[in-house]
Design a binder for this molecule. Structure first.
Ligand SMILES: [Zn+2]
Length: 367
């Protein structure tokens, strides 16, 4: 991480409760009075009128600024120029991209970061990194920061009413932490922080497999019950702490590499990040030679939360040519991808074969 070894990265304070937006102003006022808010159209609507009302009730001064869709350097510069000198805190209200751009603006302007996630699709609210894109949405890489989130305010009732596919994607991206950190830490010396990161990844896995299906049903009804609250904490807090503790030994591996490969298919752009990662986990397990029963158990879990078990469930319905499969594998194996974190050498043929086997086994046993 920028050559600096950190052993604990997480939010200074994390508060999750249904209806929390009604108290957001009260919480934020403990840290500052003048706010610069970055948000998107739908995100802001999802916390209104509760959030603006509570900010007004706490006598906080704030300006609301819409971001233009990408966490790009141009957009970071544009928003940073708008931050008034007397701003105490910068607040991001929205999904991963809004929170990432807000972190970047906080870094540029040296202001503390307050995160208000409105969906549970990523751990962006508590991680100290921002994924950056070009203005056209092409992945550029990520920046890491030496400062953490000051305050994360998670209103689980807001998240319960968000589109369901975000929750499914969040579950996919979070369950990956267990399989990928186990792979990427394999064969290495573990210090205490790495062991804690792995325990956190196991906690993510246990929480999701125990409460995931029930949480998904609660979200279908728009209700933040106990199960959904457990799952939200796993996706946003525990998931962020896996890398926050385990650092480079608990990072992505084959599942995210396969995700990167899949982005060469234009049809895959409709699928959310965590859904492609979920498919990538199945491919990883096949490459690892895991027992069929273990893979099938994960497939059954996916079916309970509408995660894709095959390319067609990811929205790629046509048969792929051999050349397309090779291209997916080639991109998955690029040095910027994370296939190199696997504990054994992976070849293009292995990726192609494992993808075919993933889909074939699913068709044979679940259709
Ligand atoms: Zn991810």
């Amino acid at each position: 991480m920028n050559g600096v070894h950190l052993t604990m990265v997480s939010s200074n304070a994390y508060i999750q409760a249904p209806g929390l937006m009604k108290k957001a102003g009260e919480w934020i006022s403990r840290y500052g009075n003048k706010l610069f808010i970055i948000t998107g159209e739908k995100s802001w609507a999802s916390v209104s009128p509760a959030l603006p009302d509570s900010l007004a009730a706490a006598s906080l001064a704030y300006g609301v600024h819409r971001y233009r869709g990408e966490c790009s350097q141009t957009e970071i510069d544009r928003l940073s120029d708008l931050v008034p000198d007397d701003t105490d805190l910068i607040v991001g209200v929205g999904g991963g991209k809004v929170l990432d751009i807000t972190k970047a603006v906080c870094f540029e302007t040296k202001r503390p970061f307050v995160a208000i996630p409105t969906i549970a699709a990523t751990c962006a609210a508590v991680t100290n990194l921002a994924i950056k894109y070009t203005d056209d949405g092409v992945y550029e890489g990520f920046d890491t920061y030496l400062t953490n989130t000051l305050l994360a305010l998670v209103d689980s009732a807001v998240i319960a009413k968000a589109p369901l596919n975000y929750l499914a994607a969040g579950i996919g991206d979070t369950v990956a932490k267990w399989y990928e950190s186990a792979a990427s830490s394999s064969g290495k010396n573990h210090n205490l922080a790495t062991v804690a990161g792995l325990q956190m990844a196991k906690l993510c896995y246990d929480t999701l497999t125990r409460y995931g299906a029930q949480a998904y049903n609660e979200a279908k009804q728009g209700v933040a019950g106990d199960a959904l609250q457990h799952v939200i904490d796993a996706i946003i807090l525990a998931s962020g702490m896996v890398g926050g503790l385990g650092e480079d030994d608990c990072r992505s591996a084959a599942a995210h590499a396969v995700h990167n490969g899949l982005t060469v298919l234009p049809e895959s752009h409709h699928a959310l990040h965590g859904s492609k990662v979920a498919y990538g986990i199945l491919v990883q397990l096949i490459m690892e030679g895991r027992p069929r029963e273990e893979v099938d158990e994960l497939r059954r879990f996916y079916r309970s939360v509408d995660l894709p078990c095959s390319l067609s469930e990811l929205g790629i319905e046509r048969p792929l040519s051999e050349a397309e499969r090779r291209e997916i594998a080639r991109v998955a194996l690029l040095p910027v991808s994370t296939m190199g974190m696997m504990p054994f050498p992976v070849t293009e043929s292995m990726v192609v074969t494992a993808m075919k086997q993933t889909d074939r086994e699913y068709a044979e046993r679940f259709s």
